[in-house]
Design a protein around this ligand. Structure first.
Ligand SMILES: C[S@@+](CC[C@H](N)C(=O)[O-])C[C@H]1O[C@@H](n2cnc3c(N)ncnc32)[C@H](O)[C@@H]1O
Length: 188
């Protein structure tokens, strides 16, 4: 389905960040049969957006997390069949080493308990030439969320947890969101 039509159907909640998320996904130029993982399903914004871009997505969050209904919006824009839900904890994931070409976290890292452990899991399940994309709120983004949810945790800067790792980083920034895009440095 056309992206702007999907935004119209899914409404304000989906549309608010959709243009930024979509521009990040477009910039990555992933091939269409890429194996894509979305960590922290929530209401499925990231998974649905990836599916609208034509990617098959595996998405998950801990068993019983019940953060929201992702299936209803996915059905509304005809991408339910592109999304596979599998319950998992990012700190110990049920995937083989080197399984994924791209791993996305959208507004999820700050909710994970042991972030260092989760990062080592992302790198374990990422293919050698894969990418890890961590999208976090900026301070202004946090302020906006706190108008609705006063106790929302602070955003985290993934660099704090990745400083000892041999990774290349580029950052794509908007007023409310920052995307940290990590690659492994491979000396060939
Ligand atoms: C604000 S929501 C993320 C929004 C979501 N990415 C989307 O696209 O709509 C935060 C998510 O983090 C998930 N989460 C929290 N701890 C987690 C963990 N240890 N492993 C995986 N997901 C986790 C929650 O279940 C929730 O789905």
């Amino acid at each position: 389905m056309d992206f702007s039509k999907a935004k119209g159907i899914l409404g304000e909640k989906f549309s608010r960040d959709a243009d930024f998320l979509s521009s990040v996904v477009s910039k990555l130029k992933l091939v269409k049969n890429s194996k894509v993982l979305d960590v922290g399903t929530g209401r499925g914004q990231m998974a649905i957006l990836l599916a609208l871009h034509g990617y098959q997505v595996i998405t998950g969050e801990p068993e019983g997390a019940n953060w929201g209904d992702w299936k209803t919006p996915a059905k509304k824009v005809n991408v339910e069949d592109m999304i596979t839900f599998k319950p998992f904890n990012a700190e110990k994931m049920p995937f083989e080493d080197a399984s994924f070409d791209a791993i996305f976290l959208y507004a999820t890292l700050h909710h994970i308990g042991n972030k260092k452990l989760a990062l080592s899991e992302f790198l374990r399940v990422m293919k050698p030439k894969g990418i890890l994309i961590i999208i976090e709120l900026t301070d202004e983004g946090i302020e906006v969320v706190r108008e609705r949810w006063r106790g929302h945790p602070d955003a985290v800067d993934p660099k704090f947890y990745t400083k000892d790792l041999v990774l290349e980083l580029s950052v794509i920034e908007s007023k409310y969101l920052k995307a940290y895009v990590y690659n492994r440095i491979i000396n060939e």
